[in-house]
Design a protein around this ligand. Structure first.
Ligand SMILES: Cc1cc2nc3c(=O)[nH]c(=O)nc-3n(C[C@H](O)[C@H](O)[C@H](O)COP(=O)(O)OP(=O)(O)OC[C@H]3O[C@@H](n4cnc5c(N)ncnc54)[C@H](O)[C@@H]3O)c2cc1C
Ligand code: FES
Ligand code: FES
Length: 1264
């Protein structure tokens, strides 16, 4: 007899039992069983926040609490007694929207909208759990859990901060009326609202036992000894204790063990008490631990130091993980994965906490360090004893991570010193623990011993200690982590930084003081301002209004591909990929995979009925074929070789790993970079274009030669590549998340070898795209369609984050080589300029053409000779990424300008202006605006002074200038239908709404042209039966062109209506339409926009960025950014400012911490998860972001005077890199490097580059 787990969702009661598998998560259950698809997912590892829901449950004291969780991490069988609120339970069109949903929409907090339900649910939980008693600062600090790749966060933060008790008056009036659960304060175990349902009967001492569908047994227990009883019965060979189950976000679990024991209800493992020690239950969640530390540190002086631990815990994971993740769970990950830089382990070991570990009949008390050596089979951590410490102890700790929040530590360190109370300088004992270095390094024992009885606060002892520490550190290579050199240097830096925090002020030379500050704990509140023009006379054109679909996005009602409900006969796909880099396939044996029940089929190249190519050459601009499945030759690690088809998505992914492939392995080391390709196989380099110089100056004052490498960027759409295929009566209906319906359409037709008119392609919208979905979606669409075609069943193919990163290409890495001569004003006299673009294994996407037009940027290039080369490497086929080629071209040129400025020691703005192309007065004008509004001269002086006065924090203030080429796009179709009965309008068009707000702009323009209200107009998803043969959405131009086509359609309709209008006396729109209909007038119009309808133009922009860099750790803070961007006369400036901010922040990621690491020997990508690949989060954005659009701008060759906006601003983010470079340069000067000495920084300015390039010497770590 199997038990049931009962819980509530949005007020309805549900139960699960033996019908579910062990790997069914709350997210799966919500989306697939309940079809509540407003809750999204992306990473399934707690890294992105798309899946967050709110939970109400009783805590161990019987109090009802609300907290957020990542539904992707929670097993459905863990949900006993939970009342789950999803986005559907918060508000919708029918019941009315919740103020959080409305506020987020109103403040432009959505673009593609895929992340929005997750944000709303995080905020909802935060307000509920804090009883609305929360400050702006607390709100800003609370979203390490949520990623948004589109907006740049500023509008989201603004929206949410408006709910704070210290916020200025909110934009939405009814925020004030927002109240949490009315009964909260009096709440015992129930609540008047149905969604507060809690079944108090289920909290007794009962064991639940469920035989799960996949032959696992799920136990839910309430006492520790139940564990041993169960293990005695079930055996110790295959079991797992389950608490929060968040550990799988750190170390993924592909298949659960046979016996699963849910220990989360065990009260013995929770709570705390103080004997002499503070004893905390090991099953205490990290959120509760923080609360305990906060309370106890205020109440008892001997535990005052716990406040510091609280601050460190605030940097661990993020709120939803901390809400259910426990101390013991964290420590057990460390026990099994010694290289895991656990912060919990670090903190507890530093302070000398003791773990109590219980076996069936014995109890052990061990130190944390000893715990790492114990085989924990059959053992349970029950509690942690935390010692009281007298006022003679000082504790400091640091967590160094690539971004502000939600990243594991690259290096972390804890220091506990006992000082002699008489002189407060002599160390009586020391505990120094450093994490992230290697599997076995824990304590710096030799340093601890050395320090005893030493008066630490003098240079000589410090230096000696640093040398002892340096000698004893064991730092190993760890796959996916930063280099040992960086981690060693940072470990030493943290030791010094710790002491800088403790040294009495009078003993420290002020020059060194800045080393003490920890950015992660001191960041102030961020803010932003925007300035734009609008003309109310012509509203709704130029009217700043939020996206018209923002509300359906914030409420989860907006549908994305993977929200199409599941068909009962649906099957799921997963790529089978190569686990060699290059070689030949000898044989493929899918038998082990096919043996798994529920695995249905395996298909490879030989099963493809048409062309083995997912980018048909019958589509404009798709130059080379790319195999759907490698037929013989393997070109890169993780190339797709086949597809496994199974009853569930998880099964398909698991089974895919079981397919056995034999290869004839090519033994050579893979070629992963441009430099390697050039050195080892020049035939991989081909000249794309030469543009000769037209002039040469003779005033050569200095010759400069150099090179620079920049690298990949993963697009990181929150909706990964997805496609659903459904058999139709005459063919297949395909729903891909694609920017380019025609490319999917033709490629699938070719791959299946069936007629195009048997295939319908419909794209509802894209949850982020950034170029990735121009033609990479074709890969999953072709495979999904093939599976449907071969099996005559609906198929669903949604790439995991790992597959997205491994199988699919990214932004093209790029190398420049240059030699130039300049005069003494930095003006270029001659310039030999070579650019190499890394296409991956094949030159398929036409990215080099965009380098060609962007490379000159805003400068006079008559004396430049450009050569652009295409290079192939042994990596995935790289593809378009926001500002493809243009970002590379503009950045490389800006880099050269920086170099000139350094070499001749001239202001970099001056150097740029001396090379500015007189054809671009717009740029010159915007430079002046930025310099004036950004107080460049004054702040430049301030930065200089700051750098003179501070050794360990340095600032940089730098500009980037841009003239971005917007090219011609070819074909788009627009179909406008007017309904005769009420005069409403439906539009279909060939563009794709990817978050840029295209549909809102179309509606604004149509409403304006027809002189009707905007609520009369709707845009429907694109499909190729209605609007065929379209070019891709991209190039920052599609919105404009569709708007152009929509105006043309309106004019056609108006022409047809004009005769009727004349026959009526000033008719209403409705009467006019109805009359026309009755007269048999065609109320549908279409227009085909082609290349003759528009011309290329350029978009100017300037940014001025100030950063502060921590020289000891490599962390930075972006203090202020001023952007001036030309968007012409925008149809909707509010949306366009969103594009500017979002693009800029995506660029911040590219230049600071988005970083790929490949195994040089195998070619395997090591940074393939959110655990490793970090995009910016809310606290990574500039502290002060000021965006203005160029005033009174009108683009005479743009539609309605507008300019493209989505891509150009990403190019301005290189100003962040330059500012960091200036900061590094200032640090190098202190270390003895000459001011004008150039140093190259390749790729992003990671923690590692920042520290190593700053080149501080150990001897400089001093107090006086
Ligand atoms: C996105 C994300 C970010 C994170 N960031 C950080 C970070 O910055 N720093 C950091 O230190 N950690 C970080 N973590 C790790 C996080 O702290 C742990 O996942 C969490 O604490 C694990 O607790 P849990 O209850 O969910 O463990 P579970 O996942 O339930 O269990 C983990 C393991 O512990 C075992 N176990 C659980 N309880 C006991 C017990 N009482 N006795 C014996 N064995 C037990 C289980 O059998 C299992 O093997 C992060 C995790 C995620 C998902
Ligand atoms: S899907 Fe749950 S956090 Fe990403
Ligand atoms: S709006 Fe946040 S990811 Fe697109």
């Amino acid at each position: 007899m199997s038990d049931k787990i009962t819980f509530g969702v949005n007020g309805q009661k549900y139960s699960v039992g033996s019908e579910v598998d062990s790997d069914v998560s709350l997210n799966d259950y919500l989306r697939e069983t309940l079809n509540l698809r407003g809750t999204k997912y992306m990473c399934k590892e707690g890294g992105c926040g798309a899946c967050i829901v709110a939970v109400q449950a009783l805590d161990e004291h019987g109090l009802l609490r609300t907290f957020s969780v990542n539904s992707c991490l929670v097993s459905i069988t863990s949900c006993q007694d939970w009342e789950v609120t999803t986005i559907e339970g918060v508000g919708d069109r029918g019941r009315g929207y919740h103020p959080i949903q409305r506020t987020l929409a109103e403040y432009d907090g959505t673009q593609c909208g895929y992340c929005s339900p997750g944000w709303v649910m995080s905020m909802y939980s935060l307000l509920e759990s804090s009883h609305h008693d929360i400050t702006q600062h607390e709100i800003e600090n609370s979203f390490g859990s949520n990623t948004c790749r589109c907006t740049g966060y500023r509008p989201i933060l603004d929206a949410f901060k408006s709910f704070a008790k210290d916020a200025p008056k909110p934009k939405l009036e009814d925020i004030e009326d927002l109240k949490p659960c009315k009964n909260k304060d009096n709440c015992g175990h129930t609540c008047e609202k149905s969604w507060c349902f809690v079944n108090a009967n289920d909290t007794g001492n009962t064991i639940k036992k469920i035989y799960l569908k996949d032959d696992r047994i799920w136990y839910r227990i309430t006492q520790v000894h139940d564990i041993f009883n169960i293990l005695d019965t079930e055996g110790y060979d295959s079991y797992m204790l389950v608490n929060g189950n968040t550990g799988r976000g750190v170390a993924p679990i592909f298949s659960f063990p046979r016996v699963l024991i849910d220990i989360s209800p065990v009260k013995e493992l929770k709570g705390h008490y103080i004997d002499q020690n503070l004893v905390v239950g090991a099953g205490t969640t990290l959120t509760d631990l923080m609360d305990i530390f906060k309370t106890v540190s205020h109440q008892q002086v001997e535990f005052a130091y716990l406040q510091k631990l609280y601050e460190h815990l605030d940097l661990v994971a993020h709120i939803p993980v901390r809400n259910i993740g426990t101390i013991a769970g964290n420590l057990m990950i460390k026990n099994r994965l010694l290289t895991f830089s656990s912060d919990i382990f670090l903190l507890l070991e530093t302070i000398g906490a003791i773990l109590t570990i219980v076996e069936k009949t014995t109890v052990h008390n061990v130190t944390l360090e000893d715990f790492t050596l114990i085989d924990m089979t059959g053992k349970v951590i029950t509690s942690i004893s935390i010692p009281p410490l007298s006022g003679n102890y000082e504790f400091v700790s640091f967590k160094i991570m690539p971004r502000s929040q939600n990243a594991h530590a690259s290096v972390n360190a804890g220091f506990l010193y006992k000082f002699d109370p008489h002189d407060k300088e002599t160390i009586l004992s020391a505990s120094i623990v450093i994490g992230g270095l290697s599997a076995h390094f824990v304590h710096a024992r030799a340093t601890e011993t050395f320090l005893i009885m030493k008066k630490i606060f003098n240079n000589s002892i410090l230096q000696q200690a640093l040398h002892v520490l340096n000698d004893e550190l064991i730092v190993d290579e760890i796959a996916g982590e930063l280099s040992p050199e960086y981690r060693r240097k940072t470990a030493l830096g943290l030791f010094y930084k710790g002491l800088l925090n403790l040294i009495p002020e009078k003993k420290l030379k002020p020059w060194y003081r800045s080393g003490a500050r920890d950015f992660r704990k001191t960041r102030p509140l961020s803010k932003g301002t925007t300035v734009f023009d609008t003309n109310p006379i012509i509203w709704p054109i130029t009217e700043p209004m939020p996206k018209l679909d923002a509300l359906v996005q914030t409420s989860g009602e907006a549908k994305y591909v993977n929200d199409i409900p599941k068909d009962p006969r649906e099957i799921f796909c997963a790529f089978v990929t190569s686990d060699i880099c290059t070689g030949e396939i000898e044989s493929i044996d899918p038998t082990p995979a096919l043996k798994l029940p529920g695995v249905l089929a395996f298909f490879s190249a030989k099963d493809i009925t048409g062309n083995n190519n997912f980018v048909s050459q019958r589509v404009l601009g798709q130059m080379a074929p790319e195999e759907i499945f490698a037929e013989k030759e393997v070109k890169y690690y993780d190339q797709a070789i086949g597809v496994i088809v199974a009853e569930t998505e998880k099964l398909a992914n698991r089974a895919a790993l079981l397919v056995r492939i034999k290869y004839k392995v090519d033994k050579r080391k893979p070629i992963l970079t441009i430099s390697e390709a050039r050195k080892r196989n020049p035939s991989r380099v081909s000249l794309y274009i030469i543009i000769p110089a037209r002039d040469r100056g003779l005033d050569v004052h200095r010759i400069i030669k150099g090179s620079q490498d920049i690298s990949w960027q993963y697009h990181y759409p929150m909706e990964t590549l997805s496609s659903i295929s459904i058999p139709s009566e005459d063919g297949i209906d395909i729903y891909p998340c694609s920017q380019w319906t025609d490319s999917v359409h033709v490629s699938v037709a070719d791959a299946l070898h069936i007629k195009q008119n048997r295939i319908n392609v419909t794209v509802p919208r894209c949850g982020g795209a950034y170029g990735l979905k121009i033609n990479r979606t074709n890969h999953v669409a072709c495979v999904g369609a093939l599976v449907t075609y071969l099996m005559n069943r609906p198929s669903r193919f949604v790439l995991t984050i790992q597959a997205s990163l491994r199988v699919i290409g990214k932004r093209l890495p790029c190398k420049s080589e240059y030699e130039l001569g300049v005069n003494n004003s930095g003006e270029i006299q001659y310039f030999e300029y070579h650019i190499y673009e890394d296409n991956g294994y094949v030159f398929a996407d036409q990215v080099s053409q965009f380098v060609t037009t962007a490379l000159k940027n805003c400068y006079n290039n008559t004396r430049w000779e450009h050569k652009i080369f295409n290079v192939t490497t042994d990596t995935a086929s790289n593809t378009y990424a926001r500002a493809p080629g243009s970002l590379e071209g503009i950045s490389m040129t800006e880099y050269v300008m920086e170099r000139i400025a350094y070499e001749i020691n001239m202001d970099p703005v001056r150097v740029r202006l001396n090379n500015l192309n007189s054809q671009y007065p717009d740029v010159a004008e915007m430079v002046q605006t930025v310099l004036k509004d950004g107080e460049y001269d004054k702040r430049k002086e301030e930065v200089k002074k700051f750098n003179e006065m501070n050794r360990w924090k340095k600032r940089g203030l730098r500009v980037a200038m841009m003239s971005y080429p917007i090219s011609i796009q070819m074909d788009y179709h627009i179909l406008l239908s007017v309904y005769h009965a009420d005069g409403t309008i439906a539009i279909k068009h060939g563009g794709i709404e990817i978050g840029q707000g295209m549909n809102t702009k179309i509606i604004q323009v149509v409403a304006y042209t027809l002189n009707i209200s905007i609520d009369k107009v709707k845009v429907k998803p694109a499909d190729v039966a209605s609007v065929p043969n379209n070019y891709t959405t991209g190039g920052s131009r599609t919105s404009q062109l569709i708007v152009f086509g929509a105006i043309k359609c309106c004019q056609i309709i108006l022409d047809r209506l004009s005769v009727v209008r004349e026959s009526l006396n000033n008719p209403t729109w409705e009467l006019l339409v109805e009359t026309a209909y009755n007269q048999g007038i065609n109320l549908q119009a279409s227009y085909h926009v082609n290349g003759n309808d528009h011309q290329p133009y350029r978009v100017g922009g300037v940014a001025l960025t100030e950063v502060e860099l921590d020289i000891l750790t490599g962390e930075h803070e972006i203090l202020r950014v001023d952007i001036v961007q030309d968007i012409g006369t925008s149809v909707n400036p509010e949306l366009d400012i969103g594009q500017i901010e979002g693009a800029f922040v995506m660029g911040i990621g590219y230049w600071t911490h988005e970083h790929m690491i490949y195994d040089e020997n195998t070619g395997e990508l090591l940074t393939d998860r959110t655990w490793y690949y970090k995009v910016p989060l809310a606290k990574d954005i500039p502290l002060d972001l000021r965006v203005q659009v160029r005033r009174n701008s009108y683009n005479p060759i743009g539609v309605l005077g507008s300019k493209g906006v989505s891509e150009p601003p990403i190019c301005l983010a290189i100003s962040v890199a330059f500012a960091l470079r200036e900061a590094i340069a200032a640090a190098r000067e202190d270390s003895g490097h000459h001011k004008t000495e150039w140093f190259d920084v390749d790729g992003p300015y990671t923690l590692e580059k920042n520290v190593l390039k700053s080149d501080a010497r150990l001897e400089e770590f001093l107090f006086t």
